[in-house]
Design a protein around this ligand. Structure first.
Ligand SMILES: [Mg+2]
Length: 190
């Protein structure tokens, strides 16, 4: 079991605003969600790595190239570093489409498991934060705790459900140290 812990963040709808029926294909289409820039240093201060976990099937579908995505992520990291002195510790991208049958496209846990191996993470002490139930399922499938950003009253399997990242982070911090170890029956449908 690893000794480090991580906050895994979904990208579209968590780090940046989602585009309706479209993909973020260029940096000028990228807008940070409220709270992200402010919360990032706080997460690091609590001893978590911050790792981006994103499905980007726009690449698999030919809507954008892998290089387009690299350029966006390079600019995002530069911008975060300039504004906060912090950036993502790692970024994992699944570029496959549903039909490709990969083990990385969320809700599959592949990207989280890969990160756990690479950074020696304790997944039970780590959290997956997303705005889709497939993010939550990926987190559960990897054995993580989960938090959802969504509308009030959303039905979700996530432990925490709030409307923005700052509220999720506050709830997570308040809850984190008081949680018991994840019980096996919580993850029996793995
Ligand atoms: Mg999302």
């Amino acid at each position: 079991m690893g000794i480090k812990k991580a906050i895994f963040l979904d990208r579209d709808g968590v780090v940046n605003k989602r585009l309706i029926d479209d993909y973020v294909k260029r940096w000028d289409e990228f807008r940070f969600m409220p709270g992200v820039v402010e919360v990032l240093p706080d997460i690091h201060a609590e001893g978590y790595l911050v790792i981006l976990i994103t499905n980007q099937r726009g690449i698999g579908r030919g809507v954008m190239t892998r290089n387009d995505l690299h350029q966006i992520h390079r600019r995002m990291q530069e911008d975060l570093l300039i504004r906060t002195g912090h950036q993502f510790d790692a970024m994992y991208v699944c570029s496959h489409d549903n039909s490709d049958g990969c083990d990385c496209r969320k809700p599959a846990p592949g990207m989280l498991l890969h990160a756990a191996k690479e950074f020696q993470l304790d997944l039970q002490e780590s959290w997956m934060i997303g705005d889709s139930e497939s993010d939550i399922e990926a987190g559960i499938n990897a054995g993580c705790r989960t938090a959802k950003i969504g509308s009030k009253g959303d039905s979700t399997k996530a432990t925490i459900s709030e409307t923005d990242l700052r509220s999720v982070w506050n709830a997570l911090k308040a809850l984190g140290s008081r949680l018991h170890p994840i019980q096996m029956q919580e993850s029996k449908d793995r």
